[in-house]
Design a protein around this ligand. Structure first.
Ligand code: FES
Length: 143
C-alpha cells in the first residue's frame, strides 16, 4: 500500500485537531467495518463555516482525510461545503489506496452530521442535507 506525500504530511502534522468550544454543530459518525469513530466540530457564522476541527479514533488515512477535509471547509459557505465529497478530499490528497477509501467517507459523513446538528439547533434548512445514518457500511457511497 502506497500513500501519497500529501497523505503522509497530513498524517504526521494533522491540521485542526481538537474541539471547538461552543461549536455551531458537532457530528459524530462511526464505521461499522473497522469500528473507527470520527467527530467534526464546525463554527458557522451567517452561512459561512469560519472554523472546523476534528477528533478521531481512526487510522492514519482517517486522520489525513479529516485534516484535509477540515482545511477545505474552512471559509466556505454551507452550500459549498455540501459539494465537498470524500472524492474531492481524496483528490486534494493526491489519492488514497482503494482499501482506504472508506476512511475518507468517515470525514465526509462527519462534516455532514455536524451540518445536520447545526441545522437542528439553529432551524436553518440546508438544501440536500440528509440526517446522519445510524449504521455505516461502505459500498454504497461515492467511490
Ligand atoms: Fe477505519 Fe480507516 S480503517 S477509518
Amino acid at each position: 500500500m502506497e500513500y501519497s506525500e500529501k497523505v503522509m504530511e497530513h498524517f504526521m502534522n494533522p491540521r485542526n485537531v481538537g474541539e471547538i468550544e461552543a461549536a455551531s454543530g458537532v457530528g459524530t459518525v462511526g464505521n461499522v467495518q473497522c469500528g473507527d469513530i470520527m467527530r467534526v466540530f464546525l463554527k458557522i457564522e451567517g452561512d459561512v463555516v469560519t472554523d472546523a476541527s476534528f477528533k478521531t479514533f481512526g487510522c492514519g488515512a482517517a486522520v489525513a482525510t479529516s485534516s484535509m477535509a477540515t482545511e477545505l471547509v474552512k471559509g466556505k459557505t454551507i452550500a459549498e461545503v455540501m459539494q465537498i465529497t470524500n472524492k474531492a478530499v481524496m483528490d486534494a490528497l493526491d489519492g488514497l489506496p482503494a482499501v482506504k477509501a472508506h476512511c475518507s467517507v468517515l470525514a465526509e459523513e462527519a462534516v455532514q452530521a455536524a451540518l445536520w446538528d447545526y441545522s437542528q439547533k439553529s432551524g436553518v434548512v440546508i438544501e440536500g442535507l440528509k440526517p446522519p445514518k445510524e449504521e455505516h457500511e461502505h459500498g454504497h457511497h461515492h467511490a
